[in-house]
Design a binder for this molecule. Sequence first.
Ligand code: NAD
Length: 304
Amino acid sequence: MAEKQRVGFIGLGTMGKPMAKRVLLHGGYPLTVYDLLPAPVQELSSAGATAATSLRAVAESSDVVITMLPNSPHVEAAILGENGVLEGLRSDAIVIDMSTIDPAVTRKVAARVTEKGARMLDAPVGKSSPAAVDGTLTIMVGGDEATFEECRPILSTMGTTIVHCGEVGAGEAMKLTHNLMGCLIVAAVSEGLALGAKAGLKPDLMLDVIGHSGPSSFHLVNTFPKQVLRGNLEAGFMMDLMYKDLGLISAMGSDLGVPLPLANLTREVVSVARGEGLGRLDWTALLTLYERWAGVQVRLEKVG
Ligand code: NAD
């Protein structure tokens, strides 16, 4: 049997830490890890991973290097920067960036990786931290199809729906299109629930009626009842990330010459919410901004 690829994992935050654990513990891949913070590195080391002392060192000891970092500048710096991944990357290695970033930056980084003879996939993820823990993420992949198939077993330790979307950058394009719709739905549900509640409609009744009709959505019938509607504002998906993603979506629209009035307006509403101190809370906390505006509180009576 072929030896398992040696995997490097960079970025052990809310998503990266549980994802790296799955690669190590469920996939059984030899794993080298790196993060700017010592605590998650220590945790992974205790679970059996090797701690690297630099980004370059991760690449030197890996066949496949995975990055799960906050945004485009972090990925660009980690891969292309001084003492970064590219400096240590072997010419037969593969980089998989799973962060949500600007597809134009993905293509720029991929071009540099390719110049070195190595290969790159973008593989951003849908769903949030519970799915990262369970290994049930949706993974949207861009890049060469044969490279994708080569990496499928590693990706399968982290996700259950793993889809090849096209050339490098296509995974990010799919992810931002996905998040555009998600963000607009969360804003629409917040606005609608506040209006209905102000008109005297009970939230349970709104969910029952609208949840069984045309405007129903996963977020209306699942996310809102689990989060803000029962007073739980602990971030499943943080409002600050919603803001960040709407910025990437807006830039993608500008690059492609596609007007995105709803995305841009929603970004402004989220900006107000952040100004009101809601940025670190769950994105459904957008409803609490509308509650302030409308002078109502929207909470379920039947919390279960
Ligand atoms: P996070 O901020 O929790 O984690 C990022 C980690 O990267 C941190 O541990 C940080 O110390 C580390 N880091 C930053 N710069 C680094 C560098 N140069 N070298 C090494 N480590 C570095 O972020 P997250 O919530 O895990 O999100 C990661 C990505 O996944 C983002 O692009 C986000 O948009 C996307 N995403 C997040 C969620 C979610 O629910 N949190 C869901 C889907 C996608």
